[in-house]
Ligand binder design. Structure first.
Ligand code: KG4
Ligand code: ZN
Length: 334
């Protein structure tokens, strides 16, 4: 079969990214322009600033990715774009740009769910072996799904309140670690010990997750210590939080491994860049002789290569979007 080149666009949050991906596997070129430093001044992503920066930068990102690939837009077979979930204004910049390219160059347009993109980051330089247990851990989502085949998902459980990445970011803010909190907590935790006794979320047999109780407890601890004029051991608090936050994931993953007997696990989303999490997941999977795949670090956080990988099965099926494509802020995997 002829090689398929997809130009993929991702702009759902604060990264303007484009990639050219061959056959859903090989990253010919990838450009990621992050706005992180700008949003760090505000302690989190400011949606209005994010969309404006996407608008300023998107053409430059296209030029850069084409230059890296030594290709023209006319050389690719399709244009793929993230259309949900994410910040509406940010998504719309990418969608409008993708439509314009598809229209001018007469290329098929493929719409991709960002969360499914995170899952397909595991298909880059790798072959997905079904059935798979997929654990999606990002800034907005915490979901455990069974993937029977390409684009065939069954939701086992999801968070009942905060997402794990959101908890990392909020806890970081409370203990004074700058945005983005996830990598900051991971680094801080390396200097600390698990000394704070934090509550475990409800220990039931469902596959659902909960992070708001843990977050509230940390807010209470820091407020009480501040009121008493006592010092907060930030590193110990970060280590203690991370221990409970990751244990919540591995406990549910272990339950799923026991009950489903599935032997392939993938982890996806920004929080999967966390080395402690990667180690703990590996340990649980080893216990059940399950194979675990986690994307390379650059493909864990938001990037367009994963969108190109997720677009490939849709290209093969001829599932194309029309020019009425619009953005959706909320979405699950299935
Ligand atoms: O997938 P992603 O880049 O964007 C969303 O789709 O949400 O995930 C961003 C989230 C943020 O909450 C960020 O703090 C978290 O991933 N994150 C991490 C790490 N790197 C990014 N959390 C823990 N440890 C990390 N190393
Ligand atoms: Zn993401």
């Amino acid at each position: 079969m002829k090689d398929v080149y997809i130009l993929a666009i991702e702009s759902s949050c604060d990264e303007t990214s484009m990639a050219i991906v061959k056959n859903g596997k090989d990253v010919v070129a990838l450009t990621v322009l992050t706005q992180m430093q700008v949003h760090a001044n505000f302690g989190g992503v400011v949606p209005e600033i994010a969309s404006r920066m996407h608008t300023e930068n998107i053409t430059m990102v296209l030029e850069d990715v084409l230059k890296k690939a030594s290709m023209q837009v006319s050389d690719v077979d399709a244009i793929a774009v993230t259309y949900k979930p994410g910040l509406l204004g940010s998504l719309l910049v990418g969608i409008e740009f993708a439509k314009t390219l598809a229209y001018v160059y007469k290329k098929p347009l493929i719409k991709v769910n960002h969360l499914i993109g995170h899952i397909y980051a595991n298909a880059l330089n790798n072959t997905l072996e079904f059935p798979i247990l997929a654990l999606v851990v990002s800034g907005g989502h915490t979901e455990l799904v069974i993937m029977e085949d390409d684009y065939n998902f069954k939701l086992l459980g999801s968070t009942m309140d905060d997402a794990i990445g959101e908890a990392y970011d909020k806890v970081a803010r409370v203990i004074g670690i700058p945005y983005p909190g996830g990598p900051g907590i991971e680094k801080k935790a390396l200097e600390g010990k698990i000394t704070y006794d934090l509550p475990r979320p409800v220990l039931d047999d469902s596959y659902n997750f909960s992070y708001s109780g843990l977050k509230s407890q940390i807010i209470n601890i820091t407020h009480n210590l501040k009121q008493k004029g006592e010092t907060i051991r930030e590193a110990d608090l970060a280590a203690s939080f991370q221990f409970v936050a990751v244990e919540e994931l591995t406990r549910k993953l272990e339950l799923a491994l026991q009950k489903t007997h599935i032997k392939n696990v993938i982890v996806a989303g920004g929080v999967s860049a966390n080395k402690y999490l990667r180690g703990q997941v590996k340990e649980v999977c080893d216990k059940y002789q399950a194979k675990v795949n986690i994307p390379d670090f650059i493909y864990c956080t938001d990037n367009a290569a994963m969108i190109g990988a997720a677009a490939y099965p849709l290209y093969k099926r001829g599932e194309f979007a029309d020019f009425s494509l619009n953005a959706e802020s909320q979405a699950s995997i299935c």
